[in-house]
Design a binder for this molecule. Structure first.
Ligand code: NAD
Ligand code: DAU
Length: 340
């Protein structure tokens, strides 16, 4: 296990008003007293300040701005000791409809942050995805490891892969003190209703039949977002500089199984859904081998019961309609236009 510990006191969390970034902000405030968080977030359609509302003002400051804004970074970064970079355009279907914002935020935005980390000698952690590795066949016994070659499929995953490569280059060439994590599919409260699990839950609440792409056999490796947050903190504070760590919780499930679990929780028939047009280039299966993170840094997931985590997530969406309702109509209109 690694002995070196980095003790950040004043960190910037980009995308801290999004689903996973806001969970990390809560994790830091709740579990690591003495750390101040500056959230840098543009508040796109996916960012919601409600996600971090109520946190103590002396611990968390929200700066509304764009990670591509170099002048803003020059003002903001000095005085901080780390940047934890979550901000991104994060949804595959959107990247197929319009790739441009993905190139700008995911590639140019990462470049701007790396330049700031280099200029002000700030530690940098890059939050990335398992999708950079492409996909696996359903019958392939293999899982992704840190050595798996990059083979992204979608505009989203190719921009995330590009950003990872920039981080590696800025570390090797300019000595930026960087780490990278590549995580599998997150679930939990505060996830945007465009994503698979919240979309189906909120459709059922609305009396609309859930929508399943393709043959429904595509596999995702689910992890609770709180486990993602604890893993990122572990890597930020104890990970080796220049290294990549895969984050996963052994949660492989195919989409039709997850959908049927949701339908069952609502007391609905297991076939009470619509088959819709498949996603172009749809990745077949993701699967993470997180041995390096577990062995080297001693991290373990805490939320290993998917059925329990899913039930809690469903309960959260039932109780927090005011949070998701404003985004629902526009999201479904977008899907309808795509035949999904
Ligand atoms: P999200 O879409 O819920 O949130 C993204 C946040 O980034 C929003 O608050 C948005 O306002 C902000 N943002 C977007 N563009 C910005 C810009 N130019 N400047 C400043 N802020 C901007 O995304 P998420 O699902 O929480 O994902 C967060 C990160 O985790 C992403 O980097 C994503 O690639 C990665 N990731 C996500 C998953 C997953 O399952 N969702 C899995 C692995 C990795
Ligand atoms: O693997 C990590 C990635 O997980 C992250 O990098 C992305 O930011 C995150 O969005 C997620 O990507 P996916 O494309 O896997 O997630 P999504 O929730 O969009 O879809 C999950 C699966 O469900 C996928 O196989 C497509 C399918 N799907 C999705 C929707 C929205 C459906 O069958 N029906 C739907 O309505």
């Amino acid at each position: 296990m690694s002995e070196d510990t980095f003790e950040p006191k004043n960190i910037i969390v980009t995308g801290g008003c999004g689903f996973i970034g806001s969970n990390f902000v809560h994790h830091v405030v709740n579990s690591h007293p003495g750390v101040h968080v500056t959230v840098l977030d543009k508040l796109t359609y996916a960012g919601n300040p409600e996600n971090i509302a109520g946190l103590p003002e002396d611990r968390v400051e929200l700066v509304v701005g764009d990670i591509c804004d170099r002048a803003l970074l020059d003002e903001l970064v000095p005085g901080h000791d780390a940047i934890v970079h979550y901000a991104a355009e994060s949804h595959n279907d959107n990247s197929i409809a319009d790739p441009e914002p993905f190139l700008r935020t995911n590639v140019e935005g990462t470049y701007a942050l790396l330049e700031a980390a280099r200029k002000y000698d700030v530690r940098y952690h890059h939050v990335s995805t398992d999708e950079v590795y492409g996909d696996l066949a359903l019958d392939d016994p293999a899982r992704f490891t840190e050595e798996t070659p990059y083979r992204p499929s979608s505009p989203y995953s190719s921009t995330k892969a590009s950003s990872d490569l920039l981080v590696r280059a800025w570390h090797r060439t300019f000595g930026v003190r960087a780490t990278i994590s590549n995580c599998s599919n997150n679930y939990g409260p505060y996830q945007h209703v465009e994503k698979f699990i919240p979309r189906q839950i909120t459709n059922i609440i609305d009396g609309v039949r859930p929508k399943l792409y393709g043959d429904g056999l595509n596999v995702r490796d689910w992890i609770h977002t709180e486990d993602h947050s604890s893993a990122v903190w572990t890597i930020l504070t104890r990970g080796r500089i220049g290294e990549t760590y895969l984050i996963g919780a052994d949660g492989e499930k195919n989409n039709i199984t997850v959908l049927r679990e949701i339908l069952k929780a609502f007391g609905r028939d297991e076939d009470d859904f619509d088959w819709v047009r498949d996603r172009p280039g749809h990745d077949r299966r993701y699967a993470i081998d997180s041995t390096k993170l577990r062995r080297e840094l001693g991290w373990e997931p805490a939320h290993t019961d998917f059925a329990e985590g899913l039930a809690e997530t469903i309960a959260w969406y039932r109780e927090n309609e005011a949070w998701w309702r404003p985004a629902k109509e526009a999201t479904e209109a977008k899907y309808a236009a795509q035949g999904q």
